[in-house]
Design a protein around this ligand. Structure first.
Ligand SMILES: [Zn+2]
Ligand SMILES: [Zn+2]
Length: 264
């Protein structure tokens, strides 16, 4: 067996093992209320089949408006991604035409957000069948006079993404043990070289890549025990979900199951 101690941990040598491809969208904020138009928000209309945060979700007979699995109230629509909008390389992470995330503000605020399998949120993948007209199922439609506020996710571009430069994160990414003092020192030198080269973990909204941790790094394990990988990051700087913080949708590379987790 090769001696791990002699393995090079210089940035030049390990960079190919650290870099991951991520995809970052242009965020296009749209309102239907002329008074709310500003430098960052344009006048426009909603589109139920688009990739977006907020607005109205695509709903059909097969994929009706969901209710909370805990308290049974209607879930709030957070986001949907349309597979055909995504770059070719990212399309495989979706098994349906639309990936949708719904959220129960009440249940998720009272502890659900820490549980990736909480029934207070719903991740589902649906087909683009015959839509139900918005409002048909919406009991609150009569008093719903809020202006449209939707952010479309468009024009995804490919970027390089790197793990956190915490020693533990680098050790995990490179599959080395950070226990020995010598290895720690080399990982610290690597972290410094990455900082100097400005190789960072991207904040905001992105597909794939590495998680930009808000708190301690963590791993969500699938019910089949496989560590799950990030599919989508909703960074706190770009999108507020629930009580804030950053939310990730993660997928199991073994069985395809999806879950989410949050950090504040
Ligand atoms: Zn609930
Ligand atoms: Zn699994």
């Amino acid at each position: 067996m090769a001696k791990k101690q002699t393995e090079s941990l210089t940035l030049e040598d390990v960079r190919p093992r650290l870099v991951r491809t991520a995809f970052v969208p242009a965020l296009v904020a749209v309102t239907d209320e002329p008074d709310y138009v500003d430098d960052e928000t344009v006048l426009g209309a909603d589109d139920v089949t688009a990739s977006k945060v907020g607005g109205a979700p695509f709903l059909s007979k097969e994929a009706p408006a969901p209710r909370c699995g805990e308290c049974k109230q209607p879930l709030r629509f957070v986001l949907q991604l349309r597979r055909s909008d995504l770059p070719q390389a990212a399309q495989a992470s979706l098994s349906g035409e639309l990936l949708q995330l719904f959220w129960c503000d009440d249940c998720q605020s009272s502890g659900g957000a820490e549980n990736p399998w909480s029934k207070g949120a719903l991740i589902r993948e649906v087909a683009l069948g015959e839509p139900i007209e918005p409002g048909e199922e919406d009991e609150d439609d009569e008093d719903d006079e809020d202006a449209l506020s939707v952010t479309f996710l468009r024009d995804w571009r490919e970027v390089e993404d790197y793990p956190s430069t915490l020693v533990e994160s680098l050790a995990a990414a490179l599959a080395v043990s950070p226990k020995s003092e010598a290895t720690r020192e080399r990982l610290e030198a690597l972290a410094e070289a990455m900082d100097e080269a400005e190789l960072e973990t991207l904040d905001g909204v992105k597909l794939a890549g590495w998680p930009r941790w808000v708190a301690e790094p963590e791993t969500v394990k699938c019910k089949c025990k496989t560590p799950m990988q990030p599919v989508l990051q909703l960074g706190e700087s770009a999108v507020v979900v629930g009580d804030g913080g950053t939310t990730w949708i993660v997928a199991c590379p073994a069985c395809g199951k999806k879950a989410y987790f949050c950090q504040q």
